[in-house]
Design a protein around this ligand. Structure first.
Ligand code: FE2
Length: 251
């Protein structure tokens, strides 16, 4: 069995309030008696994309790095140069930050794609990212794979988020159609746990660490689309014998 913990949207901004919510998730995971094969963080790690925010991320996430692989991808609040400088020194300059890792006893692959568009809130998987993803999947057709990125490629019924979702999802659907080993697509951005389907695969969005998004029927006319009243939460994805099961925990 492979166990993947999935966090998203830390939005670290230098304040202790935001860091404290991320620390709650980190200490929940590091305090578990059992094994986690990897922790995935699907973007919006920083709130403004500054180097200082990534330094804070490194400090907050350090206990996780000491325990298991930590897999990251950027979101719309992240900034590639600063992100790269502190968290992912891959020499990629301003190109999308894409990374493939194998985790767990069965070498399940996690393909982290960069769906951020510099200076824009909406997302896009650039042609070079789709090409990279297609090649990575073609290179290991028998290995189960998760495709992870920040912006969900379908509307979720959350108007604020749906307006800034992934543009051009057909390109991704076309890539996935050629690779049946893709178990699921894992996203963030929604700030609420959500499960739907994309290109015939489960599409699972992690809840938000910094805040929880509210559905239209949960908010009054003047209320914010999100609340910090709800606790931070994370998902556990279990993969075993071809079957994916997801559990969500408030921490
Ligand atoms: Fe976010």
């Amino acid at each position: 069995m492979t166990v993947l913990a999935h966090l998203s949207d830390l939005h670290l901004d230098g304040t202790e309030e935001t860091a404290g919510r991320a620390r709650r998730a980190v200490s929940h995971l590091t305090g578990l008696p059992g094994t986690i094969d990897a922790v995935l963080v699907t973007g919006d790690i920083a709130d403004h994309g500054s180097e200082a925010e990534y330094e804070q991320a490194r400090e907050v996430l350090a206990p996780l790095y000491a325990r298991c692989p930590v897999l990251l991808c950027p979101g719309n609040h992240d900034s590639r140069p600063e992100y790269r400088k502190v968290l992912a020194d891959d020499g990629g300059g301003t190109a999308p930050v894409n990374e493939a890792r194998a985790v767990g006893p069965d070498g399940v692959r996690v393909l982290m794609c960069d769906s951020s568009v510099p200076g824009r809130p909406e997302g896009l998987l650039a042609p070079e990212t789709l090409e990279w993803l297609d090649e990575e999947l073609a290179a290991a057709p028998d290995r189960p794979a998760f495709v992870a990125f920040h912006h969900p490629p379908v509307p979720l019924g959350l108007p604020y988020i749906d307006r800034i979702g992934l543009r051009g999802p057909d390109g991704l659907a076309k890539v996935l159609a050629g690779h049946p080993q893709v178990v699921a697509v894992l996203c963030g951005h929604a700030h609420t746990a959500a499960a739907t389907v994309f290109a015939g695969r489960p599409l699972l969005c992690a809840p938000g660490i910094v805040s929880s998004a509210l559905m239209p029927w949960e908010q009054g006319p003047d209320a914010s689309w999100k609340t910090t009243q709800a606790p931070p939460a994370l998902a556990f994805h279990l993969y075993e014998e071809g079957r994916l099961t997801t559990h969500v925990r408030a921490v």
